[in-house]
Design a protein around this ligand. Structure first.
Ligand code: UD1
Length: 339
């Protein structure tokens, strides 16, 4: 089975390529290297013993996308990670986000629609729920108005796929709504490589721990949660990667009931910002320098997944604890700084 992984050199993409290759899938990666490095291929090769095929390609170039699919007419499916993901930047540059995240999605779906049968997995986000009325969040919770162009691209992306599937029975698709991915591969050969100042909590913590950042700002401690800080569902990236393989297997086996389905991918457990800091301090043996500051606009109070649907239908469950995920993130941070 031959699978195209777009954005396959990125954080979640590279971990998914490893799990796909471990399960015997043949992988072709497309990446434009805008937020990744070709060195990631070496990490994937060292872990799996197999170098995936790689093509540097900007998916906004429609003619090149069409040419790619002509040259790889034997593809069985696509896992589509390639997208821009910085919430703040999306507010500054909405058209860039709509082009990168939605234009490219349309081009890929146009090509897949021509095939006799194709599987498609989309990287969606728990951001589509906004502040959900009920916790844990189930897949049938209403989608709330997006807080940013980035969030909007995930909502509209899901609608584009759903609308396409309705009129394209040959297309089998799943959107995975990720909660908060973190961590690195246990071999410490691949991990997260944020460019510039990290916006996400865990890389900011590990960079502070290693001395690149002076201190972490904790955005608000007056939220209606147990300790006043926001609660999220932090999932080990390897567990998240494995969910993609299970979703793909479901589509390929024809086990899906409808040709478009949606699954939450989280641990089901909520952790506050202070609990994440405590986890870092436990696994690193270091005190973290942090300070409580004002709330960050747009943050929801609390979000964690009801994972029953993925557990029962995909037969997938996250395995790692927060401390295990944190340990891998910390080891990766230390290793990437000493290289
Ligand atoms: C964010 C996006 C989400 C996107 C995801 C991609 C927002 C509102 N949401 O999720 O749409 O899918 O990134 O990775 O931007 N925190 C601090 N200090 C920091 C950084 C974060 O206290 O320096 C806190 C935040 O307030 C939040 C938690 O840590 O409570 C997690 O933040 P983050 O890692 O940015 O993820 P999300 O905001 O959940």
């Amino acid at each position: 089975m031959k699978i195209l992984v777009t954005g396959g050199l990125g954080f979640i993409g590279s971990h998914t390529v490893v799990e796909l290759q471990n399960e015997g899938f043949e992988v072709v990666i497309i990446d434009d290297l805008s937020n990744s490095s070709e060195n990631v291929l070496d990490g994937i090769t060292a872990i799996t013993g197999k170098k995936p095929v790689f093509e540097k390609l900007d998916l906004r170039e429609k003619a090149k996308v069409q040419d790619f699919f002509k040259r790889h007419s034997d593809l069985d499916g696509v896992i589509h990670f390639a997208a821009s993901k910085a919430v703040g930047e999306s507010v500054e540059k909405p058209l860039l986000y709509y082009e990168n995240n939605l234009g490219t999605l349309v081009y890929i779906l146009q090509e897949l629609s021509k095939k006799e049968r194709a599987s498609f997995i989309f990287s969606s986000s728990c951001t589509v729920y906004g502040q959900a009325d009920k916790l844990p969040i189930t897949e049938d919770a209403p989608v709330k108005k997006a807080e940013s162009p980035y969030g909007n691209t995930k909502q509209i992306g899901e609608e584009i796929i759903s609308d396409t599937c309705k009129v394209t029975p040959s297309l089998q698709a799943i959107s995975l709504r990720y909660f908060n991915p973190m961590g690195a591969h246990p071999t410490v050969k691949i991990g997260e490589l944020p460019i510039g100042v990290p916006q996400n909590l865990v890389p900011f913590i590990t960079q502070t721990g290693v001395g690149i950042r002076e201190k972490l700002s904790v955005f608000g401690d007056d939220y209606p949660t147990d300790d006043g800080t926001c609660v999220r569902d932090y999932i080990h990236v390897v567990d998240l990667a494995k969910a993609h393989v299970e979703a793909l297997k479901r589509l390929m086996a024809g086990d899906n009931e409808k040709n478009y389905e949606v699954f939450n991918v989280g641990t089901g457990k909520g952790s506050s910002v202070l609990e994440v800091i405590e986890s870092f301090e436990r696994v690193s043996g270091k005190k973290l320098n942090y300070q409580i500051v004002d709330r960050r606009p747009g943050d929801v109070v609390s979000a964690y997944a009801d994972t029953a649907k993925a557990n029962t239908i995909l037969g997938w469950k996250s395995q790692s604890t927060l401390d295990e995920a944190m340990k891998s993130a910390w080891e990766w941070e230390q290793k990437s700084r000493t290289n």
